[in-house]
Design a protein around this ligand. Structure first.
Ligand SMILES: Nc1ncnc2c1ncn2[C@@H]1O[C@H](COP(=O)(O)OP(=O)(O)OP(=O)(O)O)[C@@H](O)[C@H]1O
Ligand SMILES: [Mg+2]
Length: 484
């Protein structure tokens, strides 16, 4: 067989298998770049094929390019998560396996295979069946009045609350700050219609509180209120979760209604809408305009009547500029715009919020705190609250729980430590009451080593190279942590 024929066979195999594959030759020129990879990376096959891949992906540094590492350093990387920008500046995350292809001790090519969707599909199925079981529970729980947002009821029927999950109303919303009240007022007016609502507010400013209050304060309050955080779901699954799937849509797909169908007649809260893939945003826009959805892999148009409440936690204009939020979708959603100010811009509300939370946790922990001392209040006012009202609530909660026999909350009861910062998850996981900093760091070190070792099939040399440490050093740590 001629080389050309081999290539044709290879191409056919990769297309049939559906795996996303990228192969470069020894000089770094792309010799195979299939449609599945093109879809994934949003680069057309023609843009990549026959071109030096370092040019096409010029924004990935050598040290981070798995193909480069395979080709030049013979590095084999399995199941590694990679986030990068494609040539249109779009951020992409994939789970890749990259291997050098070695013949007679020469690297003749390097191949990258993006992980297939089987695992993702499993996860999607799990999420869906979880939702099914919550909805079954909520139907069984018929007469109960306590509450629900885990976000699931049955389409068509009147929604029954999911037990154990709090349901918010406007009466739960505390605040007297004029800007805050203005936002609440706009939200209140939204209860008399079904126009889309767009809420902007940092984390913990009360977006969910407002969204639920709108739903439960309006005509749709007996219909489902469902919520989905768009950042919490891998991009490839989101579409199926929102619009449902139909058998044959992709390998193993089942017939399942998505959140739009399930929320029919009610409200769908789409949190962090800017995390939704750009193309999916345009699909959503179409659904809003046409009021029909089509399941993934399906051909039927299904009429849906769903009020959309979307949220973001960064200023919308910045998200638009960054290319994370489609302006056309934003203008369609922003019919009723609600901007929630961060707590640091309405510090005047701290006393009444603190008071409400003290009463709430008095009840919960069986305490009798009647008031809060002035120095304690000062301490609360002097802090900036990156986690906003949620963080204030947590501070009061732990103060009340620790207070035991006291009737006055003093500044000694109030322990403020930055527990939350966006993009800084490690700090929120660290708890000095439970372990020292050294213990915490060594726990992280152990986890990283264990994961990288497993990723390299137990190969110590390769793991050491990947972690940028010398082999002896890694060996020492493996002994220390009893990982061998
Ligand atoms: N104005 C308020 N009055 C009373 N409680 C509030 C207020 N705002 C927020 N809270 C409390 O803070 C918690 C967090 O609020 P919520 O879940 O609505 O925030 P969010 O804006 O949706 O945050 P995230 O972006 O992290 O999802 C709520 O559980 C609620 O108890
Ligand atoms: Mg929220």
């Amino acid at each position: 067989m001629r080389g050309k024929d081999y290539m044709a066979v290879l191409r056919a195999v990769t297309e049939v298998m559906g795996e996303a594959i990228h192969i470069v030759d020894a000089s770094g020129r792309t010799i195979l770049y299939n449609e599945a990879m093109a879809q994934l990376e949003k680069i057309s096959v023609e843009d990549a094929l026959g071109k030096p891949f370092r040019k096409v992906f010029s924004n990935i540094p050598e040290s981070e390019s798995t193909l480069y590492q395979a080709l030049v350093n013979r590095r084999e990387i399995r199941n590694k998560q990679q986030t990068y920008m494609n040539i249109y500046g779009k951020q992409i995350t994939t789970i890749n396996t990259t291997i050098p292809i070695i013949v007679d001790d020469r690297v003749v090519a390097a191949m990258e295979v993006a992980r297939d969707i089987t695992e993702l599909k499993d996860m999607s199925d799990r999420i869906m069946s979880l939702q099914d079981s919550i909805s079954a529970k909520s139907r069984k729980a018929g007469g109960e009045t306590e509450t629900g947002s885990a976000q699931q009821e049955q389409a068509g029927e009147d929604a029954q609350p999911v037990p154990g999950i709090r349901q918010y109303h406007f009466t739960d919303i505390i605040g007297e700050d004029p800007n805050f009240l203005q936002a609440v007022d706009r939200a209140m007016r939204a209860t008399s219609n079904t126009a889309p609502v767009f809420i902007y507010g940092e984390t913990g400013t009360g977006k969910e509180l407002i969204a639920q209050s709108i739903h439960y304060g309006g005509k749709r309050h007996k219909k489902p209120f469902l919520a989905q955080n768009c950042a919490a779901i891998p991009e490839s699954l989101l579409e199926g979760i929102l619009f449902g799937t139909e058998k044959g849509g992709f390998t193993g797909a089942v017939d399942r209604a998505g959140l739009f169908e399930q929320a029919h007649g009610g409200t769908l809260l789409l949190d962090e809408i800017s995390a939704m893939p750009y193309e999916l945003q345009s699909k959503l826009l179409r659904v809003l305009q046409e009021k029909y959805i089509r399941r993934v892999g399906g051909s039927k148009d299904i009429l849906v009547d769903v009020r959309i409440i979307a949220t973001v936690n960064e200023p919308p204009q910045e998200l638009i500029q960054r290319g994370a939020l489609r302006p056309d979708l934003y203008y369609r959603l922003n019919v009723i715009g609600v901007d929630l100010p961060p707590l640091r811009e309405r510090k005047g509300d701290i006393p009444i919020l603190a008071d409400r939370f003290i009463r709430k946790y008095n009840e919960e922990y069986g305490r009798e705190i009647w008031m809060i001392a002035e120095p304690a209040l000062e301490k609360l006012k002097n802090y900036d609250y990156p986690g906003n009202v949620r963080e204030l609530e947590n501070i009061i909660m732990s103060a009340v729980s620790l207070a035991e026999d006291e009737h006055v909350l003093t500044d000694r009861d109030i322990s403020i430590r930055p527990t939350y910062r966006e993009g800084d998850p490690a700090i929120s996981e660290f708890s000095p009451e439970e372990e020292s900093l050294a213990e915490y760091l060594s726990r992280i070190e152990q986890t990283v080593i264990r994961q990288y070792l497993a990723g390299n099939g137990g190969n110590v040399t390769r793991t050491a190279r990947e972690l940028g440490m010398i082999r002896q050093n890694l060996q020492h740590k493996l002994k220390k942590y009893e990982l061998v």
